[in-house]
Write a protein that binds this ligand. Sequence first.
Ligand code: GDP
Ligand code: GDP
Length: 466
Amino acid sequence: MIPVVALVGRPNVGKSTLFNRLTRTRDALVADFPGLTRDRKYGKAELDEHEFIVIDTGGIDGTEEGVETKMAEQSLAAIEEADVVLFLVDGRAGLTSADEAIAKHLRSRDKPTFLVVNKIDGIDADCACAEFWKLGMDGMYQIAATQNRGVTALMERALAPFAENLKKTSGDEEMQIEDLTSVEDIEKANLSEADAEAAYKRLQEQPIKMAIIGRPNVGKSTLTNRILGEERVVVYDMPGTTRDSIYIPMEREGQEYVLIDTAGIRRRKNMNQAVEKFSVIQTLKAIEDANVVLLVIDARENISDQDLSLLGFVLNSGRSLVIAVNKWDGLDNDVKERVKSELDRRLGFVDFARIHFISALHGTGVGHLYESVKEAYQSATKRISTSLLTRIMQMAQDDHQPPMIRGRRVKLKYAHAGGYNPPIIVIHGNQVNELPGSYKRYLMNYYRNTLEMMGTPIRIMFQNSD
Ligand code: GDP
Ligand code: GDP
């Protein structure tokens, strides 16, 4: 499971600077969900081989009376849901009562917490840091987020417990093909061509991990219940903590699935529904852990920024995607037309995803979702040989020549796979970096249609070889 790192501290200590540093060029998902402050940010970050989710908890201002009561409930939730907390203080401003109030709260939680003294650039760091020992934290890390000083060392330390896990799997030389349960594992294992083929074949026979996500009230639990009700599955909770989604194994028409339920239908039985909070972190973790994401949208609401945020995160993760437009029952035809044209207009950037119009309440259209989920999974895990990629590239070029650039025709020479899940295709040729966007899209669609790869994003990279 991907670790979650929460950045905590009073305003102005440098949380967003560190957040941006960690998530770098990757787009941060700025969440605007009910119950969350507008500036709360979630982003995916990478350090060496590790991926992790960073939350900028924002909003905590310990200067208010009684930090326990005043801390926004969601900030507290973020701390609870994090695997590691980075508690930032300002080395230039020195210790404040707000820092002490936050420290007191953190000490009462049983969370791995790192005290991080920021802004140590251009000051006598050891001297400035001395007073922060009063906060009673176990250790202290000195960084300058703006200079990227000390950040890698800090993160290596903070993520070390998760690094152990990573090493255990990839360092094993006796790796069996049966142990390779994801495309990433297979690619990392450096197998021979024949072994890789066998591993991919095996992978395609694995249960498909399917996450049902969407903002509150779109009908996720209704859909989950509908799916489970129809399939008469044996439901049991996989081990995990309360903050995790529920994993439900099921089978349909000979295909095994594991449904990742972010709505928490099982929990709702014992819990007042009003108490149930929509958890962005839980959703992000479910996306990361899924093979295919089933995004549920409400036909009776306009497509919102929240829907687009979630889509952005799915895109960023490279996961396969199927979209279910729910509550399609009882709508007038003109409303249906309006919804469809809005989807066309606003969801053009995910045109690889199949869209289904369903009613989770009545079950209409739900059965067809599986076909698309299966198709999306097969597409994402399909192994494509260099010769096939090159042949398709050649066909595309013969059907429609690339343009002339500075009096010279762009020539595509060969293509090969650059990665999987999502599939990456690397095309070599001369002047290929100058290809106009329209031709790049043409190539993308050509590959998609020829390889019949629906449901998964495809990335094409160009390599100049003049
Ligand atoms: P936040 O409110 O905790 O998110 O703090 P910000 O990230 O917005 O930073 C507050 C201010 O501190 C900004 O003006 C940053 O440029 C500055 N700052 C952040 N990190 C550093 C640092 O390492 N050194 C210095 N000198 N300034 C920093
Ligand atoms: P969740 O928060 O995404 O899990 O949403 P729920 O499954 O709790 O559904 C929210 C509300 O929408 C409930 O009142 C459902 O009865 C209603 N709902 C869900 N699916 C449908 C549907 O297909 N059609 C209609 N008309 N209402 C639905």
